[in-house]
Design a protein around this ligand. Structure first.
Ligand SMILES: Nc1ncnc2c1ncn2[C@@H]1O[C@H](COP(=O)(O)OP(=O)(O)OP(=O)(O)O)[C@@H](O)[C@H]1O
Length: 254
């Protein structure tokens, strides 16, 4: 089914070398298709965040290419980091409004979009609350609402749930899949967690460090929506075993 989806962007032969000859990435190739959910899974230092920053356009490759198919504009990408990075002095709705403010749109002209995004993450009742009044999971929901308020085609997520407790994390995993289905976006998701990558993704890109590189790509050919019972199924255990083995091999290769 993936093979029939249109290509969104293509990463070919991307190297990123930092000062001191740190090879953060060597020869990254990645084809991203519309509505893919791709996880980048690997040990610390294998270049996952570097890959996201390059795709986000926050950094440029030392060599190689990142090419978008079709028109590509500023609103195409939403980014979610591990920390919710909310403005503490601003209300929830003002935080979600930020991407529009940055391009000069007035709040009144985008109020409906802001409220719709808050509704999608289940926080419409908290639009006037301040970040300090919210739990960690709620702050992350605000961060997700802010990333998707402009309806970007691609959402990049860098370990967004790593700092949350397991129950909240599972809940947000479910909600993220539901949200993705509703808005029909593409997601590239960085994680250290085999279980999270299996539950969420249809493709898992396994990476190794020194130099940062892809060692294997696994498919999780399981239909969406994925019910909570998928977590305890034999199929899940089988995918998790394959991903763990690939991760172990990647760590040995480092
Ligand atoms: N701005 C920078 N300057 C120099 N070296 C950097 C810079 N950013 C990243 N690196 C190095 O590049 C390598 C890859 O880093 P990166 O943060 O992409 O890895 P990661 O897989 O995301 O790690 P983690 O899981 O710990 O976040 C590491 O060795 C890191 O120290």
């Amino acid at each position: 089914m993936n093979r029939e989806r249109r290509e969104l962007l293509h990463v070919s032969g991307v190297d990123k070398v930092f000062a001191g000859n740190v090879e953060a990435l060597r020869g990254l190739d990645l084809t991203v298709r519309q509505e893919d959910f791709i996880s980048l899974l690997g040990p610390s230092g294998c270049g996952k965040s570097t890959a996201l920053r390059l795709i986000a356009g926050l950094s440029t490759p030392t060599s190689g290419k990142i090419e978008w198919r079709g028109d590509h504009g500023a609103g195409d990408i939403g980014v979610v980091f591990q920390e919710p990075t909310l403005m503490p002095w601003a209300t929830v709705s003002q935080n979600v409004y930020l991407p529009f403010r940055l391009v000069g749109k007035s709040y009144n002209s985008v109020r409906d979009e802001v409220l719709e995004a808050l509704k999608l993450v289940g926080l419409e009742k908290f639009q006037n609350a301040y970040p300090r009044e919210l739990s960690g999971g709620m702050k992350m929901r605000v961060s997700i609402a802010r990333a998707m308020v402009t309806r970007p085609r691609l959402i990049l997520m860098d370990e967004p749930f790593a700092a949350l407790d397991e129950i909240t994390r599972f809940k947000l995993n479910n909600d993220l899949l539901e949200l993705k289905a509703q808005i029909g976006c593409t997601v590239i998701f960085v994680t250290h967690s085999v279980f999270e990558s299996v539950f969420l993704s249809d493709r898992i890109v396994v990476m190794a460090a020194r130099p940062g590189r892809v060692t294997e790509e696994l498919r999780v050919d399981e239909p969406y929506p994925r019910p909570e019972s998928f977590r305890t199924s034999a199929a899940f255990a089988d995918h998790a075993r394959r991903a763990s083995e690939a991760l172990e091999t990647a760590m040995e290769a480092a």
